[in-house]
Write a protein that binds this ligand. Structure first.
Ligand SMILES: [Ca+2]
Ligand SMILES: [Ca+2]
Ligand SMILES: [Ca+2]
Ligand SMILES: [Ca+2]
Length: 460
């Protein structure tokens, strides 16, 4: 039977005999043995426990503790890469009250803290992802009291690992040559807090695009933006960047490694050219939390958010309107059926922007459900009201940022291939409960004929 089952992993965060396990923060292969390991946060929130999976015993074992110089409360952990090491990116509140991002690189003995760190807007969250397409995670963030979005890029300059912080808008060549790229708008923006950010292929060309939620500093208006990645190799000169200060141990190790290195390059190269194709007002009552997931399994990611503006909590799904299949069939040598090569699954790159501008029906047009061409779009935006009549439920979000209910989590609970929703809501009595909403075919109570014929899905 499909479903969720409890298994004994050797770890129990509620085990009173071993309370040191703490809260799970990240899953990743931390020691390059191809088995997924676990990063857990200590009970007091100040350090990390790394649990490594042992395939012989089929259990997780505590391998290392990662202690920080000055973190009092760790709020986020991301596992990624530096040019030479596995790297853990730790966001925390420092003893000084600032919010900082620290870096830990893997050595033979565990993970060593780098001296370099980033100070970001207080209580904000960074977006850690490979922005410029060179397979090294970068840090997108808002600097304290800043009116722009910054990116700290990783690179190698004169043989030294460097991290260089630039304005996002200055460091990505924007595809301004195309008239349909949006080049105007608020000049002073920052990431919203909390924010939604994704590197995900939205238009089906197999190149990851950038989804951001931003706030206009002047007006306070919030938007979501879709930046479409262009297949253009670009360079960013990093000659002036200061080397990353490694810990003493890893610096010695790095010198040995450097002797084998080829001629160092002072340019960051990658596919970092973007075209801004959508900037839409953030729907009210969503706390800037938007998820991108392929709800109907047509190969194109859709946009999902929970919304509450006084009444019951509603789940909105905006279906991606670009029919990927027709692009596949338009391509030469593409054969419909199961024999697609990966190349044929991907739509053609760098298509004219005008075909893609309205990837999602903007929320402010969703009520009318009539597209600019006069054709009804009622199958492209669907709303479920899963908690209608449940008077216990108060809120989808919480004032306590550590609890953060309201964030929608996706997983295929029913094993039918369609992503289901797990979300935690706050009850009127102050407790919170977790609900699973199933991804079901359209039913006559919610969907009209067009939506049913288009095989749309709802969450119930
Ligand atoms: Ca492992
Ligand atoms: Ca990068
Ligand atoms: Ca894309
Ligand atoms: Ca879809």
């Amino acid at each position: 039977m499909p479903g969720l089952y409890e298994i004994d992993s050797g770890l129990n965060p509620r085990d009173e005999e071993d309370p040191a396990i703490g809260h799970f923060m990240a899953f990743a292969d931390l020691n390059s043995d191809m088995y997924t390991d676990i990063v857990a946060l200590s009970e007091d929130g100040s350090y990390l426990n790394l649990f490594y999976y042992n395939p012989v015993h089929m259990r997780f074992f505590l391998g290392n503790e990662v202690h920080t110089t000055d973190c009092s409360t760790i709020t986020n952990v991301v596992v990624g890469r530096s040019p030479t090491h596995l790297r853990i990116f730790v966001t925390c509140k420092a003893s000084s009250g600032s919010t900082i991002v620290r870096f830990f690189d893997r050595t033979d003995y565990g993970y060593d803290e780098l001296k370099t760190f980033l100070t970001i807007e207080r209580d904000s969250q960074p977006f850690i992802a490979d922005i410029n397409g060179d397979f090294l995670e970068d840090v997108m963030f808002t600097e304290p009291n800043s009116v722009k979005i910054s990116v700290a890029y990783q690179g190698v300059s004169n043989g030294d690992e460097v991290m260089i912080t630039r304005s996002f808008f200055d460091s990505v060549p924007l595809a301004k040559a195309e008239p349909d790229c949006i080049t105007r708008g608020p000049s002073q923006v920052r990431l919203t807090s909390p924010h939604s950010a994704s590197l995900i292929d939205i238009d089906g060309d197999c190149l990851s695009d950038l989804f951001l939620t931003v706030e206009d500093v002047t007006s306070g208006r919030k938007y979501y933006e879709i930046w479409q990645r262009r297949e253009t190799a670009t360079n960013l000169d990093i000659s002036g960047a200061a080397p990353v200060q490694q810990s003493a141990k890893s610096k010695a190790q790095r010198k040995v490694e450097d002797e084998d290195e080829e001629t160092p390059s002072n340019m960051l190269t990658g596919q970092q050219s973007f075209c801004l194709i959508s900037r839409e007002d953030m729907p009210q009552g969503t706390h800037n939390l938007i998820s991108l997931v392929d709800v109907d399994r047509d190969g194109m990611v859709d946009m999902v958010y929970a919304k509450q503006t006084g009444g019951p909590i509603e789940i909105f799904t905006h279906f991606n309107r670009l029919p990927n299949q027709s692009h596949v069939q338009d391509q030469k040598n593409a054969t419909p059926g199961l024999g697609f090569s990966v190349k044929h699954i991907c739509a053609e790159t760098n298509r004219p922007v005008k075909d893609l501008k309205d990837i999602f029906i903007p929320p402010n047009q969703a009520n009318g459900l009539i597209g600019p061409d006069g054709v009804s779009r009622s199958d492209l935006v669907l709303m479920s009201v899963p908690f209608r009549g449940d008077s216990d439920i108060e809120e989808i979000s919480s004032a306590d940022p550590q609890k953060m209910p309201g964030r929608i989590h996706f997983g295929d609970v029913a094993s039918d291939g369609f992503p289901d929703i797990m979300m935690t809501v706050e009850n009127r009595n102050g407790t919170s409960t977790t609900h699973i909403l199933m991804n079901d075919p359209c039913n006559k109570h919610i969907c009209n004929l067009a939506a049913k014929e288009a095989k749309r899905r709802v969450f119930v």
